[in-house]
Write a new protein. Structure first.
Length: 298
């Protein structure tokens, strides 16, 4: 027995990650491919238990989960809170009828009514990032399949925008004519040139994208260069659209190391400098805050 005090869970669309915790200390970590999109409504508890059952004892253990597990199709629907508000403005929602060895709670997401936008999971990372920085004001970028740009002031999320840049990259690589030209590898100079290109002229994006295929057909362009150029063109368009967010602001990036580095390099090229935060640390710190909320109300 590991004497688990509580279990932190990040349950996204594609993956389930869990940590056995004693206070703020990680005792053990496990993950599976049982993301929300792969689990039916009645299968969430069994998917979780198959991952964490060895961490449980006879006394009930609190499970604090964030992410798509709180969606309408998830384990329990955790209603959105409207911004402006703190990243964790309300107590997590209790999952009814669970195995007696666990008490499960799901962190609600945030919504923005105009322009319409939502987030689930990122609010927990934002809360975790802000926890040791109570007076931090600026913009937090959370790159991923659906990248979030979040304006933070006076301890609250003021506004945010979501960009499908990551999903567009995957679709273009796998399902468009560009799949014949984009491969492994990377070209940093090509990436930087492409970012600058669409940042200054985003209206040319569609034409520049086909240019990747044309360069392959006419010049045999290296597949790694093509990949870097595709990434840079899409990211440049995103930075052009988010300029009112990041220009002249304090910026933090919370994401995977590779994606965070790419965003930081693109922003540095424009004279904007960023702090890169560890995504797992931010998630665990945010889930710890959410746990404290449940303990104050139960």
């Amino acid at each position: 027995m590991m004497n688990t005090e509580w279990i932190a869970v990040d349950w996204g669309t594609s993956h389930l990650r869990a940590w056995a915790m004693r206070g703020e200390t990680v005792l053990h970590h496990a993950r599976s491919g049982a993301g929300m999109s792969r689990v039916n409504r009645d299968g969430f508890q069994s998917a979780l238990l198959s991952l964490v059952e060895s961490w449980l004892g006879p006394a009930p253990v609190d499970v604090i989960a964030c992410g798509m597990v709180g969606a309408r199709q998830g384990w329990v629907e955790a209603p959105y809170s409207a911004v402006p508000c703190p990243a964790l403005p309300v107590c997590p929602v209790r999952v009814p009828g669970t195995d007696p060895r666990i008490r499960a709670f799901v962190v609600p997401g945030l919504k923005q009514n105009e322009p319409a936008d939502v987030m689930r999971g990122e609010e927990t990372q934002i809360a975790g990032f802000l926890s040791p920085r109570p007076h931090w004001d600026g913009v937090i970028c959370l790159p991923g399949t659906h990248t979030k740009w979040v304006q933070v002031s006076a301890g609250e999320v003021i506004s945010f925008r979501t960009f499908m840049t990551g999903e567009m990259f995957d679709l273009l690589c796998g399902q468009s004519v560009l799949k014949h030209s984009v491969g492994d590898g990377w070209d940093e100079a090509a990436f930087g040139d492409a970012v600058a290109d669409t940042l200054s002229r985003p209206e040319n994006l569609a034409a520049r994208l086909f240019g990747i295929r044309a360069a392959d057909l006419l010049r045999g362009q290296d597949t790694g260069r093509a990949r870097a150029r595709l990434s840079g063109l899409l990211l440049g368009a995103e930075l052009a659209a988010t300029r009112p967010y990041w220009l002249g602001q304090q910026i933090a990036i919370i994401g995977s190391p590779d994606l965070s580095a790419a965003y930081a390099a693109a922003l540095k090229q424009q004279g904007a400098f960023c702090e890169i935060a560890d995504a797992t640390q931010a998630t665990l710190a945010g889930l710890s805050q959410a746990r404290n909320l449940t303990r104050q109300t139960t």
